[in-house]
Design a protein around this ligand. Structure first.
Ligand code: CO
Length: 464
């Protein structure tokens, strides 16, 4: 096969880096921990929310909430402009240009099943099953007949302390078996599994009893079962991610929505240099269940962090508001590529394909935050960097989804555009995307982080 027909070596390399990231992130708690590990490695300083923040131009920092959402920021050397040059004398002066934030936001969680407080279902006939409930809106049938494991966090009693421990069981421990076709002859005419009946994972066929799950989890956490006081534990699909296809055009993995965007945004953020503004990377938990939690995109986490940055830089409350007015958010969550067997499910013109680059998503009902201003600003940034991009809109008779941009904008309002990598089978236990889109997404988001965006209300943006 001619070289030009194969996915380029650099595309495959980028997709394999994504695969390594997905493997390190079996739950939202692991996603946050992996992001922290990478930020630590890149010289970022951790600022706990409970500590006083000391920050300076040129520094790089991050904070976390609930160990499942992360906000990192790089304070550009020249972000204070005339204020910085005057060493504070000009602070608050009307002549000084506003501070600017350039942010991306992706999400750390994916649809799965969560283990309930009483984790085991006894029987029937000697079986032990796990008692689980849906976290988010998955395609239920994709969870059948797959080796499954468990990951998340447990809270354990250690003397007078209660401590959080990350847990990931690195073995196949459960499976949701299909009912044989002989016992449900109509299954191929329509399959509508009941989550309380059909989706209970089998955990033992007679060897284990009640208490086995906590024994397993306790061993993984290095404690006694009696010490386990609480669990946020989720089922994990054990099928390995893969870069595949004769021409290596595809990358498939669990949790591509939204780890593909989280990975691209993190790489772009850590690689990019922009002395003129404060660049910000956000990865939020709980997008799949509505974002309205203490650490979700709709919480106070983002405005709290941004406000503390301006406070720590010695800026005023008015300066914070001026900064938001001059800032821009790129909300990054995967998009629906045209399905090969169902092209009719997509808009006739506003549709995207695998390996065509990052997708700008727009909806008149504003479930996507894109508008003409933010679309134009982002498109201009991509054009300048020579990075291709695509468009997406829902078919006009379909409701479509929503994502984090419009929700985070409730708490910290600013210009915002919704983008994402094109993918197939969103919310399947095993999703598929294009190899080249990994690299193209990183390139587009890096161009955004490195652009010098001077926003003039909704009148204009000067892109340096
Ligand atoms: Co998503």
């Amino acid at each position: 096969m001619a070289d030009q027909q194969r996915a380029a070596q650099e595309d495959v390399a980028a997709a394999e880096e994504l695969v390594a990231f997905v493997n390190a992130c079996p739950s939202m708690f692991h996603t946050a921990a992996e992001i922290r590990r990478r930020l630590d490695g890149a010289g970022f300083a951790f600022l706990p929310e409970t500590a006083a923040w000391r920050i300076r131009p040129g520094g790089r920092y991050y904070t976390v909430r609930n160990n499942s959402s992360v906000i990192a920021f790089k304070v550009g050397e020249g972000c204070l402009g005339a204020r910085g040059a005057a060493q504070g004398a000009e602070r608050g002066s009307e002549s000084a240009a506003p501070l600017r934030f350039q942010l991306t936001a992706s999400h750390a969680d994916s649809p799965t099943f969560k283990v309930k407080a009483v984790p085991e279902l006894d029987g029937p006939d000697g079986y032990v099953r796990l008692s689980v409930e849906a976290y988010g809106g998955m395609i239920d049938y994709t969870w059948f007949d797959r080796p499954l494991s468990l990951a998340g966090r447990v809270l354990v009693r250690c003397g007078s302390r209660v401590e959080s421990r990350l847990v990931s069981i690195d073995q196949d421990v459960a499976l949701i078996p299909s009912l044989a076709v002989h016992l449900q002859r109509g299954v191929n005419e329509g399959f509508s599994p009941n989550r309380a009946v059909d989706l209970c994972p089998v955990f033992s066929a007679g060897c284990l009893g009640r208490g086995s799950l906590d024994a397993l989890v306790a061993e993984a956490a290095g404690v006694d079962p009696a010490q386990v006081l609480g669990r946020d534990l989720f089922l994990v699909n054990r099928q390995s991610p893969a870069v595949w296809g004769v021409a290596r055009e595809f990358v498939s993995a669990p949790r591509l929505d939204d780890l593909m965007c989280a990975h691209a945004a993190l790489k772009a953020f850590t690689d990019a240099e922009n002395p003129a503004c404060v660049t910000v990377f956000c990865c939020f938990d709980n997008e799949e269940v509505g974002s309205n939690t203490k650490q979700g995109a709709m919480s106070t986490f983002l405005p709290d962090a941004l406000r503390r940055v301006t406070d720590a830089l010695g800026l005023s409350s008015e300066d914070y508001r001026r900064a938001l007015a001059a800032s821009m958010l790129v909300s990054c969550d995967n998009a629906h590529a045209v399905h090969p067997n169902h092209p009719e499910k997509h808009d006739a013109e506003n549709r995207c394909r695998l390996n065509g680059g990052l997708v700008i998503k727009e909806a008149a009902n504003q479930h996507y935050c894109t508008d003409a201003f933010s679309r134009a600003a982002f498109a201009a940034v991509c054009d300048r960097a020579g990075v291709p991009y695509q468009v997406f809109a829902n078919r006009s008779d379909m409701a479509g989804g929503s994502t984090l941009g419009n929700l985070s904008n409730i708490q910290a309002s600013m210009h915002a555009v919704d983008v994402g990598c094109p993918q197939l089978a969103m919310h399947s236990a095993y999703e598929t995307a294009g190899t080249r889109d990994v690299r193209l997404a990183i390139k587009a988001l890096r161009a955004f982080y490195e652009a010098d965006l001077r926003i003039e209300g909704a009148d204009a943006v000067e892109i340096g």
